[in-house]
Design a protein around this ligand. Structure first.
Ligand SMILES: NC(=O)c1ccc[n+]([C@@H]2O[C@H](COP(=O)([O-])OP(=O)(O)OC[C@H]3O[C@@H](n4cnc5c(N)ncnc54)[C@H](O)[C@@H]3O)[C@@H](O)[C@H]2O)c1
Length: 421
């Protein structure tokens, strides 16, 4: 591993940073910056979030963030605010949800820009980190120019975040980053800023390219998982084992098909591709098609399970989270399928989600422990690849009908002799 690079002060002597939005991205970033000796002003519109953080508690379940937060508060390097105080660098890490018609909603980002405008000084750097449609960084610069026309140059750049929940602090430091300014000087300052705490490479580009890079990463995942899901639907028609098909196809040196499942979820992969398609609808054909395949795969799983319920069979839904070993229900296909199934067949559906104590909103079905659910007769519908499900011994599954949308009960590959030849 490369040695940490600590570049000290930024050009222009950065000593303070104001971070707007203290969620999964903003809070770890703020805590990390404080741990590098910078004075960090944390800004969040939620009074509850500010109060929790001021008490030294993290409102996000993320390894080591609370310890870093406590240290930063004790050192007097992290303070909480409703309005942005002046600083050398402003980082915007507020939500960018999807609105009606799959249109990106930039209200939080624009509100954050408006809020920081009074605190801006000439020469400051404003860094947008929220996942945003192409052109958003330029829009922010225009907004700031309109609000503070008397200021000299304000540097505006985009620095997308690629962290994986559960490993955010580690990935903030280790991942490569892309930083793109609206001017070469803004890019230079953004790159220098990230080098204060990033050990990975920091790649310089322009703002619009950086915006598209971020969206392309998530659209790549979405399109390729949709391809795997389409293969699973085709294989189903031919009564073939799609997992075996993919395993063997991936023995080709230049083929790497991803895993099928009940659909993609989480707040990134199911959302960000629309940001890309929205800006150029006439050019974007594959991305909306991938989203449609995702919907078709969810529907196919639902219909398969629903047919069993219609025949009087109980269905035990294993997992509600959008992927294995996380508690995140956002855009979760597992939750959507379980909820729709329970709505269609009251009394015939139960769910198991080890990360929850009670059924989440929208699910009209009992939530049972894995052990209690396995006491019941019925089909197992695997919707999430939690390790605790994959480790179930064969005896616990014996004699059951299983719809394994994640392929967790497949045996490891035992190559046939002729395939090894
Ligand atoms: N969570 C991730 O793993 C991840 C990864 C990459 C990119 N992103 C992107 O980063 C951005 C932030 O995501 P997140 O997961 O940290 O969101 P989050 O919902 O966890 O936190 C956002 C915080 O911003 C606050 N907020 C809203 N409007 C505000 C405003 N105008 N001023 C100040 N604070 C405001 C909210 O109260 C909330 O505490 C999004 O664009 C997201 O797509 C997230």
């Amino acid at each position: 591993m490369r040695k940490p690079r600590f570049h000290g002060k930024l050009p222009g002597m950065t000593t303070s940073v104001t971070v707007l939005g203290l969620g999964y991205v903003g809070l770890p970033t703020a805590a990390l910056l404080a741990s590098r000796g910078l004075r960090v002003h944390g800004v969040d519109t939620s009074a509850a979030v500010r109060a929790t953080l001021a008490a030294g508690r993290s409102h996000i379940a993320e390894a080591d963030v609370e310890a870093l937060l406590e240290r930063a508060l004790r050192a007097g390097l992290f303070t909480l605010h409703a309005e942005p105080p002046p600083a050398d660098v402003f980082v915007i890490a507020v939500p960018t949800p999807l609105g009606p018609g799959h249109a990106p909603m930039l209200g939080h980002v624009l509100d954050a820009a408006r809020a920081l405008a009074p605190a801006l000084r000439s020469g400051d750097l404003v860094l947008l980190e929220s996942t945003s449609p192409i052109g958003t960084t330029a829009r922010i610069a225009e907004l700031l120019r309109g609000l503070r026309p008397e200021l000299g140059e304000v540097h505006v750049a985009y620095g997308p975040e690629r962290v994986l929940p559960g490993r955010i602090l580690a990935e903030l430091v280790e991942n490569d980053r892309v930083a793109g300014g609206l001017t070469p000087e803004a890019t230079r300052r953004a790159v220098a800023f990230y080098r204060l705490f990033v050990r990975g490479e920091v790649h310089a580009t322009d703002a619009a390219t950086a915006e598209m890079v971020k969206l392309s990463e998530n659209a790549f995942r979405d399109v390729n998982i949709a391809f795997a899901n389409e293969l699973s639907l085709i294989a189903g028609r031919h009564e073939l084992d799609v997992w075996r098909v993919i395993e063997l196809a991936n023995r080709h040196p230049r083929v790497n098909i991803l895993k099928p499942g009940p659909g993609v979820g989480g707040h990134c992969i199911a959302v960000d591709p629309w940001f890309l398609a929205h800006g150029a609808p006439e050019a974007a054909r594959l991305i909306p098609a991938a989203r449609a395949v995702d919907a078709a795969k969810r529907a196919a799983v639902l219909e398969q399970a629903s047919a069993l319920c219609a025949a009087g069979e109980r269905v035990i839904c294993l997992g509600l989270a959008f992927k294995g070993d996380v508690d995140d229900l956002r855009e979760s296909p597992a939750l959507a399928i379980a909820a729709a199934l329970a709505q269609r067949h009251p009394g015939l559906v139960v769910a198991v989600e080890p990360h929850l104590d009670a059924p989440p909103a929208g699910l009209e079905a009992p939530l049972l422990s894995l052990d209690a659910a396995l006491e019941l007769p019925g089909t197992l519908l695997v919707l999430t690849d939690h390790r605790v499900f994959a480790r179930l011994p064969p005896a616990a599954l014996a004699g059951r009908r299983i719809i394994d949308t994640r392929g967790i009960f497949r045996r490891p590959i035992v190559p046939h002799r002729e395939e090894n030849a």
